[in-house]
Design a binder for this molecule. Structure first.
Ligand SMILES: [Zn+2]
Length: 268
């Protein structure tokens, strides 16, 4: 059901689900949002899977990506520019994307003290642009660089690249790469620890635009649920987690989440 459908039985069901979601959020101690590609897609960021996905159009990713980086980081840095040219369409879509009403609703919930943390699988920096503060990027951030050894991060812009591969200016031992997590690369330890801590504190998790089939993200909602927490799905499509969810908002986050924020405001 989506909000575009005429009012009636289904519209009432969605209205009820929105009220129930707001009630659960208001009654919870530590609400965390687990966000996936669906939210970015609402901002025009291309997804990887599906008929219009980048993997479908440009071929499957190189699963040895990280292995190749480790073997020859200098060559990886030299190829970084070529790859940016080859994926020009993606880079442009990422650079022109702006936060949508779903991102803004999550920021509003944080400002109201209702949302404690965002765990995002997206790398597009849109939560930061929306003004959210407490964010863990499980797959990194395309606008940052990271030391593979100490996990220090810097904005790409302004980072001095006089020698390739660049050495970490902080620990001076590690090599610096793009912060985006590559295929075959372990999730950075600090990000993974944050996610585990947040999931343990969480008593209500919003699953926004994520099919939650990719580990480790797929495990977090399962852990929250088995510890007695509640799950709210915000997704136009059914997912493997739908059956576990206490409330399902079946529509785009940009349409449903602002309505939840309205309810939360009205209840104050
Ligand atoms: Zn370092």
């Amino acid at each position: 059901m989506t909000l575009r459908e005429p009012p009636g039985e289904r519209g009432e069901a969605l209205e009820q689900a929105i009220e129930e979601a707001a009630r659960l959020i208001a009654a919870s101690r530590h609400v965390v949002a687990l966000v996936g590609a669906g939210l970015s897609a609402e901002s025009g960021v291309p997804t990887f899977r599906g008929p219009e996905g980048l993997w479908t159009k440009h071929g499957e990713p190189d699963l040895r990506d990280y292995e190749r980086f480790v073997e020859d980081p200098k060559r990886w840095w030299e190829m970084r520019r070529d790859r940016a040219n080859r994926l020009g369409e993606l880079v442009q879509a990422l650079e022109t994307a702006v936060p949508n009403p779903g991102h803004l609703a999550l920021r509003d919930m944080e400002e109201m003290g209702r949302l404690k943390h965002i765990i995002t699988q997206n790398i597009d920096n849109l939560h930061q642009l929306a003004g959210s503060q407490a964010i863990t990027e499980i797959h990194g951030n395309r606008t940052k660089l990271r030391c593979v050894l100490c996990n220090q991060r810097w904005p790409v812009e302004g980072f001095l690249l006089d020698e390739l591969p660049p050495k970490c200016p902080d620990c001076t031992a590690g090599i610096v790469k793009g912060d985006t997590v590559m295929f075959g690369e372990p999730i950075p330890r600090d990000a993974l620890d944050d996610c585990i801590n947040q999931s343990q504190m969480c008593d209500c998790m919003l699953l926004v635009g994520t099919s939650a089939v990719v580990y480790p993200a797929a495990q977090f909602p399962v852990d929250v649920k088995s510890a007695g927490g509640s799950l709210i799905e915000v997704n136009p499509n059914e997912t493997p987690l739908t059956g576990l969810c206490d409330v399902v908002l079946r529509g785009p986050a940009g349409e449903t989440l602002p309505l939840v924020v309205e309810k939360l405001r009205a209840a104050r």
